[in-house]
Design a protein around this ligand. Structure first.
Ligand SMILES: N[C@@H](CCC(=O)N[C@@H](CS)C(=O)NCC(=O)O)C(=O)O
Length: 321
């Protein structure tokens, strides 16, 4: 039984980086499903080194203010985003239940960070999931906004966007909608075959996942080496499932496709990022400093946009780092 749980853990762990599907058992199939999700993470060194881009929306931040845990300047981007009403959305407590390396969780974090909505992170143990036992929903991300539970990354972002912009009925443009969907349907599936492409890349990925996730010491060791070995093989199946013949070519192709979609604009949203920009940035951020992410930046034109996004998103709004 312990062994079964251990394998299930590896699958869920793998899901942290590239996956989108529930992995609750020990079968290779489930490992494959898990690995389709990819990296869910937010604490690469770069994340913490960014300059604060200010309280863009002038949102009050009661949890931060009250706890004094973190200060935000109200400078640079506030001018750009000051059209958003300051006092329409001021939750007392925002908690993100997540896996650090999960791309869907990273999408949500990119949105929260960009909008300077202070949030706490509750890192979920992928094996026991005890942190989300209170919920009927068994995946991450789950966002608790005061007493309200929100699930599914895109739904969470839609809801938050509406709360921030109550006067604008939420109609994302066809273009924005199309590229947000592309992230979920295509981009996330390209991640796992890349980050587990070779034994050393699989080990690098699991080193990242296990050092940033919620694991006991013994789970960490099993997950790191066992997971890397398992996912190296599973990633071959994933390639087939998603009709990928050359993982790097698929990643570079996706990056180039995205740059083409920008049509020379700074962001898909024009002079400021829209929800599609935030989604692409969110799912790429966990792989950015892995070998696959570095090579993607070296070998495609995505680097400039990515750097602009880092600047626009600014530092993390997480309050319990
Ligand atoms: N459509 C969901 C997908 C969420 C999802 O698949 N999350 C993965 C982690 S990246 C998960 O929780 N899998 C179930 C598990 O780990 O047991 C979303 O966008 O939030």
């Amino acid at each position: 039984m312990r062994r079964v749980n251990g394998i299930a853990l590896l699958g869920r762990t793998a899901a942290g980086i590239g996956g989108a599907t529930r992995v609750s058992g020990a079968t290779p199939q489930r490992l494959v499903q898990a690995a389709t999700i990819g990296l869910c993470s937010n604490s690469n060194p770069l994340w913490f080194n960014r300059q604060s881009s200010g309280d863009r929306f002038g949102l009050s931040k009661p949890s931060v203010a009250a706890g004094g845990a973190k200060c935000f300047s109200t400078s640079v981007a506030q001018e750009v985003h000051s059209h958003v009403s300051a006092d329409k959305f001021a939750p007392n407590d925002v908690v993100l239940y997540q896996y650090e390396a999960c791309p869907f969780c990273n999408k949500v974090r990119a949105f929260l960070d960009y909008n300077n909505i202070p949030y706490k992170v509750m890192e979920v143990n992928p094996m026991s999931k005890k942190e989300i036992k209170w919920s009927d929903y068994k995946k991450v991300p789950i966002l608790k906004v005061d007493d309200e539970q929100m699930v599914d990354s895109s739904d969470i972002i839609d809801k938050l966007f509406q709360r921030i912009n109550p006067e604008n009925s939420f109609v994302d443009s066809e273009e924005e909608k199309k590229w947000r969907q592309w992230v979920d349907d295509h981009l996330v599936h390209v991640l796992s075959p890349n980050i587990y492409r070779t034994p050393s890349e699989a080990l690098e990925s699991f080193d990242y996942i296990t050092s940033h996730g919620n694991f006991s010491l013994s789970e960490r060791l099993v997950a790191k080496y066992g997971g890397a070995a398992a996912m190296y093989f599973v990633s071959k199946k994933l390639k087939k499932r998603h009709n990928i013949t050359d993982a790097r070519a698929a990643l570079y192709g996706a990056a180039e496709t995205w740059v083409d979609a920008l049509k020379g604009r700074q962001f898909l949203g024009g002079s400021t990022p829209n929800l599609a920009d935030l989604a692409v940035f969110g799912v790429l951020r966990p792989i950015r400093h892995l070998k696959s992410g570095k090579e993607m930046v070296e070998n495609t034109r995505i680097g400039e946009w990515y750097s602009r996004m880092e600047g626009a998103v600014g530092e993390s709004a997480r309050v319990n780092a």
